[in-house]
Design a protein around this ligand. Structure first.
Ligand SMILES: O=C(O)COP(=O)(O)O
Length: 215
């Protein structure tokens, strides 16, 4: 069926946020007497939201304190080095111009998703944007995607979900939409294929060409 809507993951798919997240997480760890990790190591840690990130890096009794410090630091540092990957603005603009609905579903805290989108994509209109928020289970649970799809009058066969981790691919599979992977983000192609990616793209131009071929 013809493509009507495309939903994107944010961190590692639309935006290269790795360094800012890593720096804030390392700041939190060091503030609470723990050792930092190399920025690259965060490619495996990021993807399930900030609480899960801190749970992966320290004992459970420290999670709340670490999370508070992480959020406070990230609130002032989220755009220090982060930026859209090459070709992303063009891709989003093209889809929007062609009448395809474009949305974002992230496990990043909802407040930061809003700030990032306003800052990095100020001229684009999205059909829905959501980050991790209370009351809605985060990806790979499909509830967040279903909530965004509500009222759009599209069926799952008319929707793609694009992401860079197994969490994103599982979300798409569970929601019954087409799972599309990107290899420029935080994980390897193999992980995406193993978790259901129908295609994995190496640059935004290739993804754009595929999506346009689906119209
Ligand atoms: O910040 C995270 O943990 C993940 O965010 P994402 O879902 O946009 O990749």
């Amino acid at each position: 069926m013809a493509l009507k809507a495309v939903f994107f993951d944010l961190d590692g798919t639309l935006l290269d946020t790795l360094e800012d997240i890593a720096r804030s997480a390392n700041y939190a760890l060091q503030t609470h007497g723990l050792s930092p990790h190399p920025v690259e190591a965060y490619k495996l840690f990021v993807g399930e939201g900030m609480r899960a990130l801190m749970q992966k890096l320290a004992s459970p009794d420290l999670t709340d304190a670490l999370l508070k410090t992480l959020k406070e630091h990230y609130a002032t540092q989220w755009k220090a080095t982060s930026m859209p990957y090459a070709g992303i603005e063009h891709l989003l603009e093209t889809l929007t111009c062609k009448g395809v609905k474009v949305g974002i579903l992230s496990n990043k805290a909802d407040v930061f998703v809003g700030e990032c989108v306003t800052h990095f994509f100020p001229n684009l209109t999205f059909c829905g944007i959501a980050g991790e928020k209370e009351g809605i289970p985060r990806k790979p649970h499909p509830a967040g995607l279903f909530a965004l799809l509500e009222g759009l009058h599209v069926s799952p066969e008319e929707v793609c979900f694009v992401g860079d981790t197994k969490t994103d691919m599982e979300t798409a599979v569970r929601a019954g939409v087409e799972p599309l992977g990107v290899s420029w983000g935080f994980r390897e192609k193999e992980e995406l294929v193993a978790h259901g990616a129908k295609h994995v793209f190496d640059d935004a131009g290739a993804l754009e060409a595929y999506l346009l071929s689906r119209l």
